[in-house]
Design a protein around this ligand. Structure first.
Ligand code: AVJ
Length: 320
């Protein structure tokens, strides 16, 4: 391991945890699987491919906003900030920050995919030999322990790019941001990417790409379960579906059963009717007003940067 890596206690997601999530999700009327199960090694690699797709505008738009406003963004974060990234691996974006921030005090990437985390940290450590990097392998939606920060820094800034906040239904998003504001503390910053409400065609195309990468990403969740827990999903019997709900302002991703079928999971049999779906992901879209309203009990919106078409926003908030 590189010399500027501070080792933290290793976090191991247990097979039992995954099994528990599956059992719980399959006991609901609308069966569901948590979207964090997308990100094993294969899933993380497929997600990287999604980010390159013509149809998938968020990543490229967010990077464009950063490039156009990098001085303003870094000026807002200020000198010697301690940058804590939730769900790292977005190496282009973090590099833009690390290259333009004035004397960053440290970088704490938190990620659920151990291999993805260590691989990106290894590369970053080589490229920024003077940067203090403290990777944390954890599920940041659950309780986790941060390493001790026994060095000076001006303020903590939590970095949450990619509009991943959109995965949470609004009430959970509010609760999650409240917890984040609590552990990061009053006055801490939150630099967050938020995807904006827009026309249905653009949204649905972004989740139904022509090459079928998003479909492979969605189906990989079942493949992963077959690899990691005792399940027997037949991959030929499931189909990717993504649609936008204009009332809820969200993309819904589902896996649709193509026939009546039984699936065994750890000795328990579940039946799926033809056309029945497993909900795998929500991706909520916000107006800037709706987002400000969502966060208002824990954060104050200080700055909003967008692209010329108002597709996506990067926002800087401070915990109140
Ligand atoms: C990583 C949650 C922001 O919701 O757009 C991309 C995940 N799912 N294509 C999103 C995703 C399907 C993505 N986030």
């Amino acid at each position: 391991m590189h010399k500027n890596l501070i080792k933290v206690k290793k976090f191991e997601p247990e097979k039992e945890d995954i099994l528990h999530e599956v059992m719980e999700g399959f006991s609901k009327h609308q069966k569901e699987l948590p979207c964090k199960l997308f990100y094993d090694k294969e899933g993380s690699a497929l997600f990287d491919q999604i980010c390159e797709l013509d149809e998938y505008y968020p990543t490229r738009t967010e990077i464009g906003i950063m490039e156009n406003n990098i001085d303003r963004i870094c000026g807002t974060l200020g000198e010697e900030c301690l940058l804590i990234e939730l769900g790292s691996g977005s190496s282009v974006k973090i590099r833009l920050l690390l290259e333009n921030l004035v004397k960053p005090a440290g970088y704490v990437p938190i990620d659920i995919s151990e291999e993805h985390l260590l691989e990106s940290v290894r590369t970053l450590a080589g490229d920024y030999p003077n940067l203090r990097i403290m990777p944390v392998y954890a599920d940041y939606t659950q309780h986790f322990n941060l390493p001790e920060f026994n060095f000076p820094y001006s303020r903590k800034v939590v970095y949450y790019p990619g509009s991943t906040i959109g995965n949470f239904p609004p009430d959970s998003a509010r609760a999650f941001l409240r917890r984040t504001a609590e552990w990061a503390g009053r006055g801490s910053g939150l630099l967050i990417g938020v995807d904006l409400v827009k026309d249905v065609e653009t949204l649905e195309r972004a989740y139904n790409d022509g090459k079928g990468i998003t479909a492979a990403f969605n189906l990989n969740m079942l493949r992963r379960l077959n690899r990691e827990i005792d399940s027997d999903f037949n991959l030929d019997s499931w189909k990717h579906r993504a649609l936008y709900d204009t009332n809820e302002n969200r993309i819904e991703m589902h896996l649709e059963s193509l026939r009546n079928q039984e699936v065994r999971v750890n000795g328990t049999s579940f039946s799926f009717g033809k056309g029945e779906t497993i909900l795998t992901e929500y991706s909520y879209k916000y107006t800037t007003q709706a987002f400000e309203e969502l966060v208002s009990d824990s954060y104050k919106v200080e700055r909003i940067w967008t692209d010329k078409d108002n597709k996506f926003s990067i926002q800087y908030l401070t915990a109140v």
